[in-house]
Design a protein around this ligand. Structure first.
Ligand SMILES: [Zn+2]
Length: 89
């Protein structure tokens, strides 16, 4: 899990997501399934923490170590668009 403090954290992960082009499936608001580069799906959970930051958790190995993975970047691009529409997070 990592805390999203700025878009610059995502630069590398977004570049990778653009290369891999994972499938992002909408589960419900804040919860997404993203296909891995070697198949399978990872679950990405985006939520707003008490201090106002977004926290992003992914079930892949990289995210367990606190890395910003491309699954998270891919899910976030969908999440941010939805959040903007909902005006909630
Ligand atoms: Zn991941």
């Amino acid at each position: 899990m990592f805390i999203l403090k700025g878009i610059e954290q995502l630069t590398n992960a977004i570049a990778k997501a653009k290369k891999v082009r994972p499938r992002v499936e909408f589960d419900h608001f804040g919860r997404y399934r993203v296909s891995g580069s070697k198949g399978g799906f990872y679950t990405v959970i985006c939520k707003k923490s008490d201090n106002g930051y977004k926290t992003v958790a992914c079930t892949c190995k990289g995210a367990e170590k606190g890395l910003v993975c491309f699954h998270a970047a891919a899910a976030l691009s969908l999440h941010v668009g939805l959040a903007r529409r909902q005006q909630t997070t």
